[in-house]
Design a protein around this ligand. Structure first.
Ligand code: IMP
Ligand code: MG
Length: 186
């Protein structure tokens, strides 16, 4: 159980994020070379990033079909519990499709690894992964993303869609969250 959370320090501003999203869209556009693909956003944390990324992709001439998948490995804590559960299925078939899988943050890697395995089992022709943030020092599953916005250390971040207990998602930039007080939040 964690104690009371407080916003600590700004990590990346809205402008810095916008610049990186634009650059990632350029990389994806080069690699996908005008071909059609399915963009799958992992809910809930990636919804803001995905909204900006697909519009940046459109500026590069790419208009993927968009679908959503929800997996969860978190309760009210800031560390993964290690078991990834399916919360919301895809609504479209992925068989034979090229897929761009989008997540907010690559932490232990268990979520992205599980999602990739599910898509592979469902017959996706090709899977590329894209994350806004990467915490390489926390990795448990042997996975790296094909496209990464920012690499960060072992800090807990919120904003731009990322939450703590479903709060802070509205922040335009990314900030670190700190926990004060005795364990249990007394
Ligand atoms: P993983 O399975 O450990 O890689 O966890 C990935 C998921 O954990 C992400 O999609 C996020 O929802 C959540 N997560 C991991 N680190 C953070 C963080 O610093 N802030 C908010 N959510 C996080
Ligand atoms: Mg998430």
């Amino acid at each position: 159980m964690n104690s009371t959370p407080h916003l600590d320090r700004d990590l990346f501003s809205a402008d810095e994020i916008r610049e990186r999203v634009e650059a990632i869209a350029g990389e994806i556009a080069r690699d996908f070379d005008g071909g059609d693909f399915l963009a799958i956003a992992l809910l809930k944390g990636s919804f803001v990033f995905t909204a900006d990324l697909i519009r940046a992709l459109a500026r590069h001439g790419l208009h993927p079909v968009v679908d959503f998948l929800a997996l969860s490995s978190y309760g009210a804590e800031t560390t993964s519990c290690g078991t990834v559960t399916l919360r919301h299925e895809l609504s479209l078939p992925v068989t034979g499709q090229r897929v761009l899988l989008i997540d907010d943050i690559l932490d232990t890697g268990l979520t992205l690894q599980t999602a990739c395995q599910m898509l592979a089992r469902q017959g996706a022709a090709e899977i590329r992964t894209c994350v806004l943030l990467d915490k390489p020092s926390r990795r448990v599953a042997p996975i790296t993303a094909d496209y990464t916005g920012f690499k960060i250390g072992d800090v807990f971040v919120v904003g731009y869609g990322l939450d703590y207990n479903n709060r802070y998602r509205h922040l335009p930039g990314l900030a670190t969250l700190r926990f004060y007080g005795p364990p249990g939040g007394a």
